[in-house]
Design a protein around this ligand. Structure first.
Ligand SMILES: Nc1nc2c(c(=O)[nH]1)N[C@H]1C(S)=C(S)[C@@H](COP(=O)(O)OP(=O)(O)OC[C@H]3O[C@@H](n4cnc5c(=O)[nH]c(N)nc54)[C@H](O)[C@@H]3O)O[C@H]1N2
Ligand SMILES: Nc1nc2c(c(=O)[nH]1)N[C@H]1C(S)=C(S)[C@@H](COP(=O)(O)OP(=O)(O)OC[C@H]3O[C@@H](n4cnc5c(=O)[nH]c(N)nc54)[C@H](O)[C@@H]3O)O[C@H]1N2
Ligand SMILES: [Mo]
Length: 781
């Protein structure tokens, strides 16, 4: 297919996204097809959704303002009187870029002067798109840093609890990821993998920042061929792929800490714990042991104790503990475990369990964190550093833990605990988001909507008319990667890819750089923001940094022009066999861990010193408020909701694309139930169902599957939020967004992470003619 209009060849133009590297085929100035990179043997489902969405009806073609807000601004109304009463339920009117820039700059100036930069929230959490320059997060943070600063967020929705607990007890999550024991080490050496949360291959479709070749599938196959056994401890059979023939142990969601304690109890009681390792490499086992054996509270954390909590038979627990002790064993904890109330505990306890087995630092043994959660974890590619847009300095020091956004907006001046310190919430008047979607990612969306009505102005850079754009006052239309030049490269993948502009921006869309440059011009900071560079000048500049960093890592990175011509660059020297903490094991004095003691902390004096009842000095079992063991609540809401990552999209991205919409049931997000739970409710496959609890309700399409453990229901994240009566508080969501059901509570006072995976619901059948239509994909114009 020759493209005469742009002069490009049949090969198309190279681009990349978090889910892979692609070739964009253009005809008559339009993207007609996107093909996976020929070197990728296992491309992601999302590739199919790209061509159809770029200029589809959901695309935001021009800047827009929310009608009620614009009217109030033009009338000069008191800003306090124009808070977002109709935010989320209003019409939008098109405006031109000049006016959009003027409005944005005027609001930023007004709020800075009246309330200071601490009244601006630009944490703007989210995945945005791949590419080191047009990275929306970097663009917005750089801009607001230069504009005097902004309240930021810390930690990620993905693994906030892990990020805070792990450095106290073993190593930073970053180190556990970058230095993770890699697949070849596992495939060659491990005999047994015990995977808490499974090894969901669907999640390895993505890598934060992108990738070129999907290889997780091959490595898992290699493990199975070498005779390695997989034990998948998870509510769904397909949390670990069939082809490795896993032993499936379905335990109650959120009960992993209890199971791990029981495994540890067996090791201690049967003399299988590696005390030589505990003595040499760890501190505080003596403070933990009494709790484990029940010498303090009179409750031995034995298999008999754990069995009724987690639902796994005591003998099976005992057997598993013995197998773990007698084989080269690797424990993997999926990130999902810690997106739950007390999510710090299964992570700390997994560290303790691995320490008791004494295999940390051995090839293929010990602990991995989030293997197969993202392609990059355990990826044996060589690693190099790459140049990325500098975010600059943020003069404002105030922050929130990322998932405390609704708390912040609802409670200005209120205090919160975080990692040993107490802080106050700022009084936010302006919210600006670019490259993330809180109406996708946040829990308890009905509560978020109440909080979201508080700020005076909400500005959003978005590509599509999704739930975030529909909750903004000023909507600034952004480009996709296919409409701009950039490059993909990340330290957790061994490739760099030229991302070339394949088509002109759709409608009047502009890239985030141009958007912030436009506002910067009106605030007198354009020169500082751009440093006089245009897009290509920035790419060359950042690539030079990549060459220098590559040089330090021992790679000869070609000049920019040669890379741009070649399009895909692969670092030589893989696959690399890495073993986490091998140096520490070899010589703990010379290579101490970065914990206070330099050792693995089974008891942490520091955490104990914080005096948190919900995160004491060693790992403990504290049941969450919502789980199947919460008898009273479970009597009303007897199903545990798992809102895991979707198979056919990345979060909410491309929910309107072919791969995602093909998988819907009567236009609703699929929701999977065990046959017994479905039968008890008169639900058949293909029925429309209503999921509900005290926080909200949504519709979904029923799928019935024996691979779902009884008592659990799956509704993946990412269906575009679609309130039927947006004016009414707590409206039914017609489409199937699980975050109308999840709880907005911190994991604990330590990390304050999101607790999406601790929610109970009930499900009922709905007659088709009583189900309101899905309008999520119809623009609010
Ligand atoms: N219930 C529940 N909720 C969860 C989770 C869960 O397990 N259960 N998981 C959580 C996790 S781990 C995460 S990481 C979050 C993900 O939450 P998000 O990262 O916020 O989700 P995305 O859908 O990726 O949002 C990215 C948005 O950026 C836009 N975008 C893409 N590229 C660009 C660009 O170049 N410029 C601009 N301006 N915009 C762009 C997209 O259109 C999209 O709306 O969700 C969290 N929420
Ligand atoms: N296709 C696709 N891939 C993705 C993403 C996406 O949106 N789409 N998102 C990416 C992002 S941002 C992230 S952070 C990672 C997330 O990676 P993970 O956190 O691993 O992802 P989840 O899909 O939420 O959870 C994996 C499985 O854990 C199980 N699980 C949930 N709760 C429990 C529990 O309490 N105990 C046990 N034993 N198992 C439990 C569920 O059955 C679930 O299917 O995925 C990344 N990969
Ligand atoms: Mo994530």
């Amino acid at each position: 297919m020759d493209d005469t209009t742009t002069g490009r060849t049949a090969r198309g133009t190279s681009t990349a996204h978090h889910w892979g590297t692609m070739r964009v085929i253009v005809r008559d100035g339009r993207v007609v097809h996107v093909d996976p990179y020929e070197g990728d043997t296992d491309p992601a489902a999302m590739v199919e959704s790209m061509a159809g969405t770029i200029d589809g009806p959901q695309r935001i073609q021009r800047p827009h303002a929310r009608a009620g807000w614009l009217e109030a601004v033009r009338a000069g109304a008191d800003p306090a009187q124009r808070q977002g009463a109709r935010r989320g339920a209003d019409r939008y009117v098109p405006i031109d870029w000049e006016e959009a820039f003027e409005l944005a700059a005027a609001e930023i100036s007004r709020i800075r002067e009246a309330h200071g930069n601490e009244a601006i929230y630009a944490g703007s959490y989210g995945w945005a798109s791949a590419g080191r320059f047009h990275h929306a997060q970097s663009q917005i943070h750089r801009f607001y840093g230069l504009a005097g600063g902004y309240v930021k967020s810390v930690n990620a929705y993905s693994y906030a609890a892990a990020e805070v607990i792990l450095p106290h007890v073993i190593a930073s999550l970053r180190a556990l990821t970058a230095d993770s024991t890699s697949w070849p080490s596992i495939a060659e050496n491990a005999e047994l993998m015990v995977a808490f949360g499974g090894l969901p291959l669907k999640n390895a479709q993505n890598n934060a920042g992108g990738l070129a070749k999907h290889t997780t599938h091959e490595w898992m196959e290699r493990c199975a061929e070498n005779g390695m056994r997989f034990v998948s401890i998870a509510p769904f059979r397909d949390d670990t792929p069939d082809f490795v023939d896993p032993e499936w142990a379905a335990i109650r969601p959120n009960s992993d800490t209890a199971l791990m304690l029981a495994l540890a109890h067996v090791l201690e009681a049967e003399g299988l714990a590696d005390h030589a390792f505990l003595d040499r490499y760890c501190v505080g086992y003596d403070r933990f042991r009494p709790y484990l054996m029940g010498e303090g509270d009179g409750i031995a954390k034995s298999p008999e104790w754990a069995a009724p909590l987690c639902g796994m038979a005591a003998d099976a627990i005992r057997d598993l503990a013995r197998r773990m002790a007698s084989h080269r064993t690797i424990i993997n904890v999926s990130w999902s475990l810690q997106r739950a109330e007390h999510g710090e505990q299964p992570y700390w306890m997994a560290v303790v369990l691995a320490a008791m087995l004494g295999q940390i630092g051995t090839p293929g043994g010990g602990l991995t964190v989030g293997l197969s959660a993202l392609h990059g974890v355990g990826d044996p590619s060589p690693q190099s550093g790459w140049g990325a847009l500098p975010q600059g300095r943020n003069p404002v020091k105030r922050f929130i833990p990322v998932a405390r956004i609704a708390d912040m907006l609802l409670d200005p001046g209120g205090s919160f605990d975080y990692d040993g310190q107490s802080h106050r919430y700022p009084d936010i008047r302006l919210v600006h988001w670019a490259g993330g979607n809180p109406f996708h990612h946040h829990q308890d969306l009905n509560r978020l909507r109440r909080a979201w009505a508080r700020p005076e102005t909400v500005i959003v850079n978005e590509i599509f008319w999704n739930s975030l754009a529909r909750h903004a006052d000023l909507v600034l239309p952004a480009t996709t990667a296919m409409e701009r030049n950039d490059y993909m490269a990340t330290s957790l993948a061994g490739h760099a890819v030229a991302m070339k502009r394949a088509v002109d921006p759709v409608g009047e869309a502009r890239d985030d750089y141009a958007i912030f440059t436009g506002i910067a011009g009106r605030l007198g900071i354009a020169e500082a923001f751009t440093e006089g560079r245009d897009e290509m000048a920035w790419l060359r500049h950042l690539w030079d940094i990549s060459r220098q960093r590559g040089g330090k890592a021992g790679f000869e990175i070609p000049e920019f022009d040669s890379f741009w011509e070649r399009e895909v660059l692969e670092l030589p020297g893989g696959p690399v066999e890495r073993v986490f903490a091998a140096d520490f094991r070899a010589d703990p004095e010379a290579h101490p861990l970065k914990t206070p003691s330099g050792r693995i902390e089974i008891f942490s004096e520091r955490i104990a010193g914080f005096d948190y009842d919900d995160c004491p000095g060693h790992p403990v079992w504290i049941p969450p408020r919502e789980w199947l063991g919460a008898t009273e609540l479970a009597a009303r809401y007897p199903l545990h909701l798992i809102s895991n990552q979707p198979r056919k999209r990345l979060h909410s991205q491309l929910d309107h694309g072919k791969a995602s919409t093909d998988a819907k049931i009567k236009g609703r997000e699929p929701c999977r139930l065990n046959p017994a739970d479905a039968a008890a409710r008169g639900i058949a496959a293909g029925d429309i169902v209503r999921l509900f609890n005290d926080r909200g309700a949504c519709l979904a399409g029923a799928m019935i599957d024996e691979g779902v453990m009884p008592g659990v229901v799956e509704l993946a994240t990412g269906a575009w939020y679609d309130p039927v009566e947006p004016e009414r508080e707590g409206s039914l969501d017609a489409h199937g967004n699980p975050n109308v059901l999840t709880a907005d509570i911190g994991t604990s006072r330590l990390a304050q992470g999101p607790s999406a995976h601790s929610a109970l619901v009930e499900v009922e059948r709905v007659e088709e003619d009583e189900a309101p239509p899905v309008r999520a994909f119809a623009p609010p114009l």
